[in-house]
Design a protein around this ligand. Sequence first.
Ligand SMILES: [Zn+2]
Ligand SMILES: [Zn+2]
Length: 232
Amino acid sequence: MVYPPRCISCGTMVESDFGLCGPCWRDTPFISGLVCDACGTQLPGQAGPVPEYCDDCLATARPWSRGRSALRYRDNGRRLVLALKHGDRQDLARPAANWMARAAQPILRPDTLIAPVPLHWLRMLSRRFNQAAVLAQGVARETGLDWCPDLLTRPRRTQSLGGLDRDARHATLDGAIRVNPRRAGRLCGRDILIVDDVMTSGATLSAATQACHAAGARDVCILTLARVGKDA
Ligand SMILES: [Zn+2]
Ligand SMILES: [Zn+2]
């Protein structure tokens, strides 16, 4: 029995596998055109020869060098992220990884090693899977690049970041992410792409980037499925 392909958002039958129907495509806030070179949020204006940055990235120094994101975290972008994170919707990972791989094209290098933001093992037990790892694996498949699911670890359990301001988020996560000592050899001198589902303040991605730099990474970029923007 072959099931007809369905829109991953509304379930309507569509012509090709792993995609959105026309109306859902139009309702999904894909990021395009001029973007912040550090976080990938959409900026007004036309892409030019020099990198541009959003207000957030100008106000908060980012330890990574470049970043991209596929969606704005609003409307259907937000619904897809939450369905991937909390629902049994791992079927969303394949199209999501495809969108992320496209957004990341300008910042990928041939020897880039892809690594997901880790969950603490207790949270991993309660959630059963790490959506960042599922996305990282998908981006590796789409791009043909290497990935390492346990490059980064989270030895310390941190409180939820909800309700904390930007400085408190950065303080809470300081030192919370480490490079797995058994994988340090794969990272040394290499370009790393850190993958997560959502970027809000960037505190988690900062902690992950600092861990990579401390372990000898050459350059670190970041890639998220969705970026929480001022309008989101
Ligand atoms: Zn649809
Ligand atoms: Zn930015």
